[in-house]
Design a protein around this ligand. Structure first.
Ligand code: PBG
Length: 332
């Protein structure tokens, strides 16, 4: 559709910007707490809220504190929380068995959240990196990140998370064939309503740096993730990945990172019309916070503007570390 514009001065496009009332009336997109998924970091212990140096304002919480955070999120009207575990180095192995331990940190956090805030949807992360001695999302055999054996492990991990009560499974691993394998395992085990939000277009990005500190994976990671995560130069390939994951049974799809990849969000929304999410990742968060702390930008305004931009780009929601702060502002 081509917008029509009368010649000047019949058309003065400033007219509809001339008052707050008119601007409110013509606004094309809105941001509400319903658009937010809040990623949180869980660690061992009790009564702990431990700051993460590279993510000012974000903490690692013990399970009891995660439950409190979940109650807060529910009260703020945030629909979903996403759990990432900070796994002790002693639990990282080559076979990553901790990943499907029913009582691992992530699964304990899921149960605690469900008990404390039953209306909140709980999302989990499926990838081996928190449990892998190599820091990779998949098994490493002779220097290669192997696909099919990793998918088998991811399926076990998925089932353990669904048993713990996860509502949204978030495969962030970028192995081939994992969505179909997870979907059929979930169906076979009666988890018909457990949804899959596939990290379908996930790029090999330097914007994940602070997150790897947050989950304690930076030290462990050898090499890079370029054989499984996407090349930031590519766009058509993202559409193939999205289509493939939808065909395998993904209920929702994600583009990651967020703000530098809004062109991909728009293509995905226009191309498929499915529930589309973006992840405003740790590096994006850290950049805003660092500049705000220096007084170089207005952090609050940039937070709100950046999240609105995701909506404008076609996203139905955003995973963002700003979720509680932004919900508080939006709720007045
Ligand atoms: C790991 C995973 C990563 C993120 C979410 N899940 C990092 C990575 O792929 O190395 C990044 C999130 C962020 O940077 O905020 N599977």
């Amino acid at each position: 559709m081509k917008p029509t514009v009368a010649p000047f001065p019949a058309a003065r496009l400033r007219r509809t910007r001339s008052s707050a009332a008119l601007r409110n009336l013509v606004r094309e997109n809105t941001l509400t707490p319903d658009d937010l998924i809040w990623p949180v970091f869980v660690r061992d212990g009790e009564g702990i809220e431990e700051p993460i140096a590279s993510m000012p304002g974000v903490v690692r919480r013990s399970v009891d504190k995660i439950a409190e955070a979940a109650i807060e999120a529910q009260a703020l009207g945030i629909p979903a929380i996403c759990v990432f575990p900070y796994t002790d180095a002693s639990l990282k192995t080559e076979d990553c068995a901790e990943a499907w331990n029913p009582d691992n940190l992530s699964n304990r956090a899921v149960r605690a959240i469900k008990a404390a805030a039953p209306d909140l949807a709980v999302m989990t992360d499926v990838a081996l990196d928190p449990y892998n001695i190599n820091g990779h999302d998949g098994y490493v055999v002779d220097g290669e990140i192997v696909n099919d054996a990793t998918v088998e492990a991811l399926v076990k991990m998925t089932l353990a998370q669904a048993e713990a009560g996860a509502d949204i499974i978030g495969p962030s691993d970028m192995m081939d064939g994992r969505i179909g394998a997870m979907r059929s395992a979930l169906e076979q085990h009666g988890h018909h309503n457990v949804t899959i939000l596939s990290y379908a277009a996930k790029y090999a990005s330097a914007f994940y740096g602070p997150f790897r500190d947050a989950v304690g994976a930076s030290g462990a990671l050898k090499g890079d993730k370029k054989t499984y995560q996407m090349d930031p130069a590519n766009s058509d390939e993202a559409l193939r990945l999205i289509e493939r994951d939808l065909n395998e049974g993904a209920d929702m799809v994600m583009v990651k990172p967020g703000m530098p990849y809004l062109d991909i969000c728009r293509r995905v929304k226009d191309g498929f019309g499915v529930p589309t999410y973006a992840y405003q990742v740790s590096g994006e968060y850290a950049m805003v916070q660092a500049a705000a702390q220096n007084g170089w930008i207005d952090g609050e305004k940039i937070m709100l503007e950046s999240l609105m931009c995701f909506k404008r780009a076609g996203c139905d929601g955003v995973l963002t570390y700003f979720a509680p702060a932004v919900a508080r502002i939006l709720n007045g």
